[in-house]
Design a protein around this ligand. Structure first.
Ligand code: NAP
Length: 257
């Protein structure tokens, strides 16, 4: 089966590997934001499609049988495009979306709809750990009355002003290390997207223990799609699908006389 995976997450990479091993023809599409993306099995396409229309054209032109949206839960534009393109091209869509983190009893998270709202909630004088990636930092740059530690995998494109420290680090993070990090930096507030997953959850456990206030940016709403929570469930879907009809088109060419 020819499968297009919209990637950019560890789950997308894992799924690409597993489907490739099952002899599917896997293509992973990446936005091209990361300077050194990990090596992926199968084919890789880098750069956007030109909206839902472009994605639908690619699905048809390259005769994909299935589209998997395994992008990050906050990549809302490409996820909406996937739903629209799947409808336009008549190619089925499966969304692989890890469940959000649940607030622990007594956790008392503050919730924000987006980075701008999260920036507004911070009290004057707070020392804030920002773990929201490097693309939504703008609203925090206006808060000259707080101190920030920005933790990201790759450096932001802009220079960070006075009052901002940059820490480059790649998950997974362990609870003990997060406890040390938060204490050492004197963090009073932690701003996080509700990305979900095990790789970066330790910061929430550490914040709970140290009574660091969590400001959680809630997930954007996505249009409905058939959704599975993990790679194993996605594989189950593919393992139970019938072989697509268009394959038989090629079979006579392979027969020996
Ligand atoms: P986005 O706002 O939803 O998408 C913006 C545009 O980028 C899309 O319209 C599309 O361009 C292109 N694009 C996005 N993902 C793509 C993909 N996998 N393959 C090809 N084109 C893609 O996305 P974003 O939030 O900037 O995230 C970009 C990528 O980073 C995603 O692949 C996501 O999985 C990954 N990521 C995002 C976050 C996050 O917090 N947002 C965190 C970790 C990883 P066209 O309209 O031209 O097709």
């Amino acid at each position: 089966m020819r499968i297009l995976i919209l990637g950019g997450t560890s789950e997308a990479a894992e799924l690409a590997g597993a489907l490739h091993k099952r002899r599917h023809k896997v293509t992973t599409a990446l936005a091209g934001r990361t300077q050194a993306p990990r090596k992926l099995p199968g084919r890789v396409m880098t750069g956007g499609f030109g909206g839902a229309e472009g994605l639908a054209e690619t699905l048809n032109a390259e005769r994909f049988d299935y589209l998997v949206d395994a992008t990050h839960p906050f990549a809302a534009t490409i996820s909406a495009n996937a739903v629209a393109a799947s409808g336009k091209a008549g190619v089925p869509l499966l969304r692989l979306e890890r469940p959000p983190w649940a607030e622990p009893a007594g956790g008392r998270w503050w919730h924000a709809a987006d980075a701008a709202e999260a920036a507004e909630t911070l009290p004057v004088g707070s020392t804030v750990l920002l773990t929201i990636g490097r693309q939504t930092l703008a609203p925090f740059l206006e808060r000259h009355d707080c101190r920030f530690v920005v933790r990201a995998i790759e450096p932001p494109e802009m220079d960070l002003p006075h009052g901002f420290d940059l820490v480059l680090a790649r998950p997974p993070f362990a609870v003990q290390d997060e406890l040390t990090f938060l204490k050492h930096r004197g963090i009073t507030h932690l701003v996080s997207k509700n990305s979900g997953g095990a790789q970066t959850r330790a910061k929430l456990e550490a914040a709970f223990v140290l009574k660091v206030q969590v400001v959680m940016i809630d997930r954007p709403a996505l249009p409905p799609a058939e959704t599975v929570p993990d790679v194993a469930s996605a594989l189950e879907v593919f393992d139970h699908l019938p072989v697509p009809e268009r394959r038989s088109f090629f079979l006579p060419l392979l027969r020996r006389t």
